[in-house]
Design a protein around this ligand. Structure first.
Ligand SMILES: [Zn+2]
Length: 208
């Protein structure tokens, strides 16, 4: 018997960059509570007490992706060699703490960022994209920016509005959020974002 599927299959991918941090712990609890899954693009330069969180993310059923070790644009985007060195530091950390190297990647600032031009010249990003693909990574940018890096602390209301206004007419939305230590209002905004996306008919998936 065939069933008619009325589900429009709108898919939201919540992505959290720049963690893990204490905010990641709170975010994992919220994701558990609302039973949704997300993807974390992690950095490597975190305090020792947060190193167990890479595994915690996976244990809770979320996705983990590579971001950068230092997140320092002036060094990692200065040359291909520097970029590779930064990447390999993160690969080593993840190998040690989760036992494998994730297959997905996000460029700090996105794959068409301007910072790399400033530090590494106009052709650097093309080289880096080739390098990432050569290593077998699939890289992801985003469709919707929650805007939580527009200033030091953006209000939770503004973050909610930035997301929900921009997802409204989309069928698929990769949503950029941050779980770095200072982004406490992003955590505060998360319940309303999840509820709002569900109301807009979205299902949640992890990137792969
Ligand atoms: Zn980042």
């Amino acid at each position: 018997m065939s069933e008619i599927n009325y589900n429009s299959r709108k898919i939201a991918y919540l992505t959290f960059d720049d963690g893990p941090s204490d905010n990641t712990v709170k975010i994992l609890q919220l994701l558990d509570f609302y039973k949704v899954r997300a993807t974390f693009f992690v950095i490597g330069d975190v305090p020792n007490r947060h190193l167990s969180l890479y595994n915690e993310i996976l244990k809770k059923g979320h996705g983990i992706g590579m971001h950068t070790f230092t997140h320092d644009y002036s060094t990692m985007y200065a040359s291909l060699a520097n970029f590779k060195a930064d990447l390999e530091r993160l690969e080593n950390i993840l190998m040690r703490y989760i036992g494998f190297i994730p297959s997905i990647y996000r460029f700090p600032g996105g794959s068409s960022n301007k910072m790399s031009t400033r530090y590494g010249g106009i052709n650097l990003m093309e080289k880096l994209k080739k390098e990432i693909e050569k290593r077998g990574y699939k890289y992801f940018d985003w469709d919707v920016d929650c805007g939580d890096t527009k200033s030091y602390l953006v209000s939770a209301d503004q973050i909610i509005e930035n997301v929900l206004n921009n997802t409204m007419n989309k069928e698929k939305a990769i949503i950029l959020l941050h779980d770095s230590p200072v982004k406490t209002t992003t955590v505060q905004a998360l319940p309303e974002i999840i509820i709002g996306l569900k109301r807009q008919g979205f299902e949640f998936k992890i990137l792969s």
